[in-house]
Design a protein around this ligand. Structure first.
Ligand code: SAH
Length: 286
C-alpha cells in the first residue's frame, strides 16, 4: 500500500525524468481524477492509502503520460469556455487560444434577438460550435467535419451541454454536405504548414489526428478554400471568423482582399500577442 504523498512524489519524479515540463501538476491532476476527488482533498489528506488495485490502475495512467500522451486524452476530457468537453484520439484537444474566436463572434453578434444560422467547419470535439450555441440561445448551429469519429464526440458533447436540439452534425468536406446560406461561418481549420508538422512536439504528432493539423505548403489551404467557397454561402453582410496560425495574418488578409467581396477585414491577437483570429464581412452590395 502507498499513500497519496508517496504516490505524488514518485509520480512527479517519474514524469520529470520523462521530460514533462509540468510534472507535479500533471501528477496531481491525474491522481485527483483517478481517485475522483478534488485537488484540495488530495492535498489535505496526504496519508490516505491507495489500495493495490488503485495503485496498479493509476500506474497505467502514469505510464501513458510518461510516453508523452497529453493529459486531456488520459482523462478523456478538456475544459473549453468553462465547459467540460469529452475528447478522444479522433479529435484535436481544444486549445485555450480558440476561446478568442468565440469571444470575437460574441462581440459582434451577441444579443438574444439574433436567429443566427451558423456553420462551424471542422468542428472536432464541437468546442466552438457548442460554446456559441450555449451563448446564443437564438442560434442554430451546423457543425461539419470529415471525421465520423469526431462528429460522434461532438454530438455527445452537444447533448451533455443541452444544445443538441439546435445543432446539426454533418459529415463532409467543408460546405459540401451543408445546404443553404449562413449568417456566420466560423472555423478553426487545420493550419500547420506541411514542413512544420515534423517539427511539432511529439505529444502532438504522436497523439493528435494529423488531418486536424496539416494544411498544405503555407498552412493556409483551408483558409483559402473557406474564404472562396464561403462567399457563395454567406448572406450579404454575413461574417467569417477564422483561427489562424503564427505568421499567417498577411496571407489571410490578402486572400480576403483579393476576392474583392469582403470588407472590415480584421485581426484579433491572442493572449501571447499573436494574431489569432481573422474576420471579415461579406459586402452588402456584392
Ligand atoms: N474546431 C475544433 C477542431 C479543430 S481541428 C477546435 O477548435 O478544437 C480541425 C478539424 O477539421 C478536425 O476535426 C478535422 O477532422 C477537420 N477537417 C479536416 N479536413 C476537413 C475538411 N476537408 N472538411 C471539414 N473538416 C475537416
Amino acid at each position: 500500500m502507498t499513500d497519496i504523498r508517496t504516490t505524488l512524489h514518485r509520480t512527479t519524479l517519474e514524469l520529470t525524468a520523462s521530460g514533462s515540463p509540468s510534472a507535479r501538476l500533471d501528477a496531481e491532476v491525474l491522481l485527483m481524477r483517478y481517485l475522483r476527488t478534488d485537488r484540495l482533498q488530495l492535498l489535505l489528506h496526504p496519508d490516505r492509502e491507495l489500495s493495490g488495485d488503485q495503485s496498479a490502475g493509476f500506474a497505467t495512467w502514469v505510464e501513458r503520460r510518461r510516453r508523452g500522451e497529453p493529459v486531456a486524452y488520459i482523462l478523456g476530457e478538456k475544459e473549453f469556455w468553462s465547459l467540460p468537453f469529452e475528447v478522444n484520439h479522433d479529435v484535436l484537444i481544444p486549445r485555450p487560444e480558440t476561446e478568442c474566436l468565440v469571444e470575437e463572434v460574441l462581440k459582434c453578434c451577441g444579443g438574444p434577438e439574433g436567429h443566427l444560422r451558423i456553420i462551424d467547419i471542422g468542428t472536432g470535439s464541437g468546442a466552438i460550435a457548442i460554446a456559441l450555441a450555449t451563448e446564443l440561445p437564438g442560434a442554430r448551429v451546423l457543425a461539419t467535419d470529415v471525421s465520423p469519429g469526431a462528429l460522434e464526440v461532438a454530438r455527445r458533447n452537444a447533448m451533455r451541454h443541452g444544445v443538441a436540439g439546435r445543432m446539426e452534425f454533418i459529415e463532409g468536406d467543408l460546405f459540401a454536405s451543408a445546404a443553404g446560406e449562413f449568417v456566420l461561418i466560423v472555423s478553426n481549420p487545420p493550419y500547420i504548414p506541411d514542413e512544420v508538422y515534423p517539427l511539432l512536439p511529439s505529444g502532438i504528432r504522436d497523439f493528435e489526428p494529423r488531418r486536424a493539423l496539416v494544411a498544405g505548403p503555407a498552412g493556409a489551404d483551408f483558409h483559402r478554400r473557406i474564404i472562396r467557397e464561403g462567399l457563395g454561402r454567406l448572406v450579404k453582410g454575413g461574417r467569417i471568423f477564422l483561427e489562424i496560425g503564427e505568421g499567417q495574418a498577411e496571407l489571410v488578409e490578402a486572400l480576403f482582399a483579393e476576392s474583392g467581396s469582403y470588407e472590415e477585414i480584421r485581426f484579433r491577437k491572442d493572449y501571447a500577442g499573436l494574431d489569432r483570429v481573422a474576420s471579415a464581412r461579406r459586402k452588402r452590395e456584392t
